[in-house]
Design a protein around this ligand. Structure first.
Ligand code: SF4
Ligand code: SF4
Length: 192
């Protein structure tokens, strides 16, 4: 199999996975996400859930997607910049951002996922359309907000089901005392 076929094969498998599961990889498999979860467990005198400009900083990841998946490829195609050298590895700026995220992960849950990761951001676009879905059973939910306190992405799980921000870690479902959050593939029962 030549490298171009392999490249397309990987892309197709990835696309099918995203259609099936949405951002499930981020919450269940990604080692960078797992590392941040572990680092957040380190005791520290301050733990920040959210802050005033949090929602604006979260937009940075969309800028990152724009730069990496649109602007740079187009500039390379037009010959304004050198094509990416695959053997060179990730750009230095991403490595610096990753290292900084690991430091900030002591006080903020999953900063790399919230503010930077372009792969997670692209995957998140499938959360709304994937076969696998989250649903809140309103008749069971007592709005106790236990899930809100525990959410790894600091969103409101019982109202923001299938949000772009949700990494599908399943933690809200696990901690809900009423079993009000369910997940599954039955799209007739589990609707947006
Ligand atoms: S923990 Fe369960 S019952 Fe409480 S707000 Fe969240 S979904 Fe509703
Ligand atoms: S809403 Fe639930 S599944 Fe989504 S990130 Fe928060 S805790 Fe994880």
């Amino acid at each position: 199999m030549n490298s171009e076929m392999l490249h397309w094969g990987v892309l197709i498998v990835l696309f099918v996975w995203l259609i099936i599961a949405g951002r499930l990889f981020c919450g269940k498999v990604c080692p960078v996400g797992y590392a941040q979860d572990l680092i957040f467990k380190i005791p520290f005198f301050i733990k920040v859930k959210t802050f005033k400009i949090d929602k604006y900083i979260r937009l940075l990841k969309y800028l990152n997607v724009f730069i990496n998946f649109l602007l740079l490829p187009v500039l390379a195609l037009l010959g304004y910049i050198a094509s990416e050298n695959e053997e060179a590895g990730p750009p230095k700026i991403i490595l610096i951002a990753l290292a900084a995220s690991m430091v900030f992960a002591v006080i903020i849950r999953r900063p790399f996922c919230k503010y930077i990761c372009s792969v997670g951001t692209l995957s998140s676009l499938f959360n709304k359309f994937s076969f696998y879905k989250y649903k809140t059973l309103n008749e069971k939910c007592i709005q106790c907000e236990v899930c809100v306190k525990k959410c790894k992405m600091d969103i409101i799980p019982y109202t923001m089901k299938n949000s772009f921000e949700c990494i599908r870690c399943g933690y809200c479902k696990k901690v809900c005392p009423k079993g009000a959050i369910i997940t599954g593939f039955n799209t007739q029962k589990i609707e947006q």
